[in-house]
Design a protein around this ligand. Structure first.
Ligand code: SF4
Ligand code: SF4
Length: 310
């Protein structure tokens, strides 16, 4: 794996500071049933790093002690493969918090009653489907992934997702380009998936590929890293800077350490604070660690875990 961090550290990205914390994003580990080309986590079936019960308890203690946090956002890898996933979801819901599951769809076919569990607990699903064309999805995410994703989406629709319960899909570009405008792409997705598979969903989120980890390594090996960085820099929009997701959220790794976002987590950019020592009230005004990859959040329409920013 070719490392991108040395290429990203020197930056002129504007300084940004934290605001009130409202979202706790927790990475439950790097284990995944897929191994996608665009993965910024390097997740896969052979990864063994997953959050243990004690750390999950520390996450829940932090959530319980900080009322400003209204959302627990669970990611991975495939977060559902962590044996503590259902315990975390249930406890957070009992605390009255909104819970998001960042789901790769195919995992729904590997776990008993997972769709029912998510529906019963009114968990919002944000699911990756980087294209509505089979060939493109399989090329990026593995053979057969598109058809399995369609099967999973049908199961979710039957469980009330896409109508009574929120089901949002995520698009990312196939290569080193910016995503198309979110609104028009959403219209295309909805039309195609409904007409061809009778599938409905709520919103489409476009997310920019980050020049880090597996995708960053591919860029370097193809000699495309510098051009992609230039594209991100040339597409910088000041309007996106005010709403980058790290202002109101933090990311926790599988061992309980705190980062400004999932991307900084993957690059190891942290202040080495553990969730058990964190005081959320002290966060507003704190500086956020930035590097060149941050231009991926401010390019074009902007990009975040909730899609375009502007
Ligand atoms: S992109 Fe998502 S589904 Fe694909 S390997 Fe990474 S974590 Fe797994
Ligand atoms: S990469 Fe992370 S730290 Fe940088 S702007 Fe985006 S969310 Fe913030």
């Amino acid at each position: 794996m070719l490392a991108t961090l040395p290429l990203l550290k020197k930056t002129d990205f504007p300084a940004i500071k934290r605001d009130i914390l409202n979202t706790l994003q927790v990475n439950l580990g790097y284990l995944c049933n897929q191994q996608c080309q665009h993965c910024h986590v390097n997740a896969g079936p052979k990864r063994t790093e997953i959050m243990n019960y004690t750390t999950c308890q520390q996450v829940l203690n932090f959530l319980n002690g900080n009322n400003s946090i209204n959302t627990l956002d669970l990611t991975g890898g495939a977060p559902e493969l962590n044996p503590n996933f259902r315990f975390l979801v249930k406890t957070a819901r009992e605390m009255g918090r909104h819970v998001i599951d960042r789901c790769n769809l195919t995992v729904l076919l590997t776990q008993d009653n997972l769709a029912k569990f998510l529906a019963d607990n009114q968990v919002e699903i944000i699911a990756s489907l980087p294209c509505y064309l089979e060939e493109n999805v399989d090329k990026q995410r593995g053979n057969g992934v598109f058809q399995d994703s369609i099967t999973a989406l049908k199961i979710l629709n039957k469980s009330g997702y896409g109508s009574d319960l929120p089901l949002n899909l995520v698009f990312n570009s196939q290569g080193p380009t910016l995503p198309a405008p979110q609104d028009s792409l959403e219209t295309d997705y909805k039309k195609f998936l409904y007409e061809n598979y009778n599938i409905t969903f709520n919103q489409l989120y476009t997310i920019c590929n980050m020049p880090i980890q597996r995708f960053g390594s591919i860029l370097i090996s193809k000699g495309e890293f510098a051009n992609y960085m230039q594209l991100l820099r040339n597409s910088y929009s000041d309007a996106n800077l005010a709403t980058v997701m790290c202002r109101n959220s933090i990311s926790i790794d599988w061992q309980g350490y705190v980062y400004d976002c999932d991307f900084n987590q993957m690059l190891g950019l942290s202040s080495n604070t553990h969730i058990s020592q964190l005081n959320a009230e002290s966060l507003p005004g704190n500086p956020i660690i930035v590097a060149e990859h941050c231009y991926g959040c401010t390019a074009g329409q902007g990009s975040s875990c909730g899609g375009a920013l502007t």
